[in-house]
Design a protein around this ligand. Structure first.
Ligand code: UDP
Length: 458
């Protein structure tokens, strides 16, 4: 419900303006547009700054203004998306266009108050430019609070000799960062350890004096990590998630075309019988791993809905599934290139989600009470998977790579064995808490009110 100040803006149709600038990747654009919609409903005027690459569709958001920032990305960089390549190129290319865009907006400004800029922490040039225009900067964090705590601990871990990591598969616990083990430290495959450490350290330097952090998470889930963060740092923190569960007007934020035939297919499946498999918008696996995955799924004998994104096998635009796979799985499986994931997870036929443990996917699964089989690939996904399997105990983790027998066993554990039932009970309780925190008086609801008050005070 709108409070007094918000109601006045809404009546006039024009509150103070917020600028939001997401990194142009699926997992970043979606929560940023959800936040924009939420804050627009609270009465703020919204401008979305966006790169040419993966630009959102303005017609889906008729109440927002859009400003395009030239990104200078080459066709090669945008056709095979690699997180590090995109992040480095955007940082090199966008500073001047971003500065020019802000300068233009300030010149045009007809007396309207621009409150602040909200980005997701990737643009290293942002603090200097924002400071130049005297604009406070807030971060919408795209990671869990737990993984942020892990990133913040990087300098300490370096001091303690964990870097460079000697054995990235080591299950040795890290006493300074329970319950993480060495293999759970966020890294990026194929990236030199020094470059990766430097990138994280630079990133931390440029975000730590932000005017505040907004989290797509909720207190009940991450109370311990939030308490730790609040204890160690002074910056204001607003855990207002799960963003996709507010009752708001919704528009599709999908960058790829969703194949909706899978919804009809799900209609024909028994309740909780299907394992949904998707590794998000960025992960690319090896061809041998695809083959192991296919046989693990086939041998588990469970119905499945599997998203294989074009380009998601290294070196190939598309790879045929192994010979005999189709025969073995006929009538109990469907492969699509991209699915309406939130709807899929909400479907009663879905009994488990085999995920790469991206934060959006993890939250979406939690909010539908769907147990997870975690196979983290890089970065914060490793921390998310560890918390899902060992702290919240709402999923299990594939620990030793993609190998058909282990995959088969893990799927059966979740779908047909007692452990699966226990996990399902626990995640149902977490789902309920996610719903409670968004209601009036709930922690995210209150935190959102504090965020609005804070933005008004800037
Ligand atoms: N997603 C989707 N359809 C798919 C696979 C994924 O709509 O077939 C969406 C999913 O709902 C989530 C996002 O893509 O919102 C993936 O974000 P996440 O943080 O999980 O992973 P990332 O893609 O950033 O690695």
């Amino acid at each position: 419900m709108a409070r007094e100040g918000e109601r006045q803006w809404q009546e006039k149709g024009k509150g103070p303006r917020l600028l939001l600038f997401p990194t142009p990747l699926q997992g970043h654009i979606t929560p940023m547009l959800q936040l924009a919609t939420l804050l627009h409903c609270k009465g703020f005027s919204i401008t979305i700054l966006h790169t040419n690459f993966n630009s959102p569709n303005p017609s889906s958001y008729p109440n927002f203004s859009f400003e395009s920032i030239s990104d200078g990305l080459s066709e090669q960089q945008t056709s095979r998306i690699n997180f590090m390549t995109i992040a480095t190129a955007l940082n090199a290319n966008c500073e001047v266009p971003f500065r020019d865009c802000l300068a233009g907006m300030m010149l045009e400004n007809t007396g309207e108050r621009i409150v602040c800029i909200i980005d997701d922490g990737l643009f290293q040039f942002l603090p200097t430019v924002a400071k130049h225009f005297k604009l406070p900067r807030l971060i919408l964090e795209m990671n869990s609070v737990a993984s942020f705590v892990a990133y913040v601990a990087f300098p300490l871990l370096k001091l303690k000799g964990y870097f460079p990591i000697q054995d990235p598969m080591s299950k040795t616990p890290i006493p300074e960062l329970p319950p993480l083990r060495i293999k759970d430290i966020p890294d990026i495959k194929g990236q030199s350890p020094d470059t990766w450490y430097e990138m994280v350290a630079n990133s931390l330097n440029q975000i730590m004096d932000s005017a505040g952090f907004i989290w797509n998470s909720f207190d009940h889930l991450e109370h311990t990590s939030l308490t730790e963060l609040r204890h160690d740092h002074q910056f204001p923190i607003f855990p207002i998630g799960p963003l996709h569960k507010y009752s708001l007007p919704s528009s599709s934020t999908s960058l790829l075309v969703q194949d909706r035939t899978c919804m009809d297919w799900l209609e024909k499946q028994a309740p909780k019988s299907v394992i949904y498999i998707s590794f998000g918008s960025l992960v690319a696996i090896e061809k041998t791993e695809l083959v192991e995955t296919a046989w693990g799924i086939a041998n588990s004998m469970q119905p499945f809905l599997w998203v294989i994104r074009p380009g998601s096998v290294n070196g190939f635009e598309w790879v045929e599934l192994p010979e005999g796979f189709e025969e073995k799985t006929r009538d109990r499986g469907l492969v699509v290139k991209w699915a309406p994931q939130q709807e899929v997870l909400a479907h009663p036929a879905v009994g488990a989600f085999w995920t790469h443990s991206g934060w959006n996917s993890t939250l979406e699964s939690i909010c539908e009470g769907v147990p997870m089989l975690c196979w983290p690939f890089l970065g914060d996904q490793k921390v998310n998977a560890r918390f899902v399997s060992h702290v919240w105990r709402i999923g299990v983790q594939l620990e030793d790579g993609l190998e058909r027998d282990e995959i088969e066993r893990a799927i059966k554990r979740l779908m047909v064995e007692k452990q699966g039932e226990e996990v399902r009970e626990r995640i149902s309780a977490v789902k309920e808490n996610a719903e409670i925190c968004l209601r009036e008086g709930g922690s995210s609801h209150e935190s959102l009110n504090s965020l609005v008050d804070y933005l008004m005070s800037l």
